[in-house]
Write a protein of this length. Structure first.
Length: 579
């Protein structure tokens, strides 16, 4: 039925799974409760307003939505567009179906330059980026290898590809480059990747629904219901979109290779969040797509220009009890430090987020409940990221929430339209602890969140969060860590590989062992993280080694590095810059 999301509730999944695990879970909870838990040594403060992020992301009507288009919201990106060493911010904006009040300027995407003093200036108009449409996701990458990162914005309607001219201005070259149009009308989660490892960044864009507002059903015509409320229809019952893959021709243009690459051959549709990672450790980037009310997709790179959807046999298409979920955001990271990249995915209210542990060669176990994420079923999750917020060398999880239907404010059974965030601390034993209430501050403030990205905007060595919300100002959450743990931040510059270094794998070894990370274009929900990799190294005062495996096959290795610094590694040349 329209308006009802498929997928088993958290309670249903727990009942289906708990019989074999109940004794282990009870023992684990009893033992865990007897061990004093240390305070998570950080605080999160929303400084968006004082930092100068003085605008509102407009997305659909504030009180009642007629179409699903008004519910998805938009993404946000960290990008150092002027190469000054400070992370700037780009916010995707939307619009409304009805005319805006007279005298009100149309909403636009926003670009803010980091002034290096904790504040930002709006340079959107100066940069030539004023644009009003139904924007969706944003991806960052230097597609033309000129040394300046560019931006791709997917949309309901025409996509944008902003080429960075290097002088503070951008030009939308999407039509000329051949990436303006989606085969379906609604482009969603996107990412740059070098799938053929030829040194040029290619482009993937998922698609949500092949929506035509002229023929799409209205809430009353279904009727489309959610817990008795009349709400926007879909996605079940609507025609799902088809995903896109564009190959970079190396001359500023792209070719649509979606059909011949196998990208169209999937078991799922209604794509939202997308992330790339080398899940089987074969040196080639794979693609994972979170689908809404349908099985997720895992495109395995066949190393010959084609992909195969292996999500079902890999164990990451469904919930632990074999049901499709309403997936939104997705992140990849090696949370257990076993050398394989795992997946965390956010889902609809009444369900849990899902944690898939990679047990080797892109085979996954659903460890949602045993890892401690199965306790939360109230939240409707969007942006999500693995990130080491206390720099102890272990990836935590930050999740942004908010309901899709403004109408749920009438219900007492829901957590509300605006919802708080969730912060999970990595306990270093395969489990996580929800420390949201312990940390408090901006984590417990309610907002209708959507896209979220992590990065170090103030260059103090800890990871901050920026959130794009619906019909409200954005949030810039400053992380003030009291852990006194050390860190090393790494920026990559490709030579034979793409200039951004996207797809590179970094292995860091310190006193407490080895960590791995990959440089990815996109992450979370519709968003792009800081392209510098931040490694927490705990109390280590030296990093024994850093090894970079570039997409070209080049391997660079550096030894005996000081902590609490940012370094730039240039492919084939080793250490280029220290800061």
């Amino acid at each position: 039925m329209f308006g009802e999301r498929s997928g088993t509730t958290g309670a249903g999944r727990l009942l289906a799974f708990v019989s074999g695990l109940l004794p282990v879970l009870i023992l684990s909870v009893e033992v865990f409760s007897q061990v004093p838990q240390p305070t998570f040594p950080l605080s999160f403060t929303n400084i968006g307003k004082q930092a100068g992020l003085n605008f509102v992301t407009v997305y659909g009507d504030e009180k009642k939505n007629r179409y699903l288009l008004e519910t998805t919201g938009t993404g946000v990106a960290f990008i150092d567009f002027d190469n000054d060493g400070w992370q700037d911010l780009f916010f995707v904006n939307g619009t409304r179906l009805d005319a805006l009040p007279k005298g009100v300027a149309p909403p636009s995407n926003r670009l803010f330059r980091n002034k290096g003093n904790g504040t930002f200036e709006d340079v959107t108009e100066k940069a030539g980026m004023i644009r009003t449409n139904w924007g969706q996701a944003v991806s960052v990458g230097d597609y033309d290898n000129d040394g300046f990162d560019d931006l791709f914005i997917s949309a309901f309607g025409k996509n944008a590809l902003y080429r960075n001219s290097g002088n503070g201005t951008f030009t939308d070259v999407a039509a000329k480059a051949g990436v303006a149009d989606n085969k379906s009308k609604w482009g969603s989660g996107s990412t740059f990747l070098d799938y053929d490892r030829d040194g040029d960044l290619d482009l993937f864009a998922a698609s949500y629904i092949d929506l035509d507002l002229k023929t799409a059903p209205l809430p009353e015509t279904g009727p489309c219901l959610y817990k008795g409320l009349t709400v926007a229809c879909g996605p079940p019952g609507l025609t799902g979109g088809v995903n896109m893959l564009w190959q970079n021709n190396g001359n500023g243009t792209f070719s649509d290779v979606s059909e011949r690459s196998g990208i169209r051959k999937t078991d799922g549709t209604y794509g939202l969040g997308a992330v790339t990672s080398d899940f089987d450790n074969d040196g080639w980037p794979d693609i994972y797509v979170a689908n809404d009310s349908a099985p997720a997709i895992l495109y395995r790179n066949n190393k010959n220009g084609t992909f195969t959807d292996i999500a079902l046999e890999a164990g990451c298409a469904y919930s632990v009890d074999g049901k499709p979920q309403a997936g939104m955001g997705v992140s990849a990271g090696d949370y257990d430090r076993d050398g394989w990249f795992d997946i965390v995915k956010t889902n609809f209210a009444g369900d849990t987020s899902t944690l898939y542990r990679n047990v080797g060669k892109a085979t996954f176990d659903d460890v949602t409940f045993t890892a401690g994420l199965g306790l939360n079923t109230r939240w409707l999750g969007w942006g999500v990221s693995f990130a080491d917020f206390d720099n102890d060398g272990w990836l935590d999880i930050f999740q942004v929430n908010g309901h899709v239907y403004p109408e749920v404010e009438k219900l007492t059974t829901e957590a509300g339209y605006a919802q708080r965030k969730v912060l999970y601390r990595n306990l270093k034993n395969g489990r996580f602890s929800d420390v949201s209430m312990q940390v408090g501050g901006a984590v417990t403030e309610n907002t209708p969140g959507r896209g979220a990205a992590v990065g170090d905007f103030d260059n103090d060595g800890d990871v901050d969060v920026v959130i794009n919300v619906v019909n409200a100002p954005p949030e810039l959450i400053r992380n003030d860590s009291r852990s006194e743990n050390n860190w090393l931040k790494i920026k990559l510059v490709g030579v034979k590989s793409n200039r951004s270094g996207i797809g590179s794998r970094i292995k860091l070894t310190a006193d407490d062992g080895t960590q791995i990370e990959e440089l990815r274009s996109s992450n979370s929900y519709y968003s792009n993280n800081d392209l510098r990799i931040n490694f927490g190294v705990g109390k280590s005062v030296k990093v024994k080694s850093v090894e970079v495996q570039w997409p070209s096959g080049q391997i660079d290795r550096l030894n005996d590095l000081s902590v609490n610094q940012t370094i730039t590694i240039k492919e084939g040349n080793g250490l280029a810059v220290r800061k």
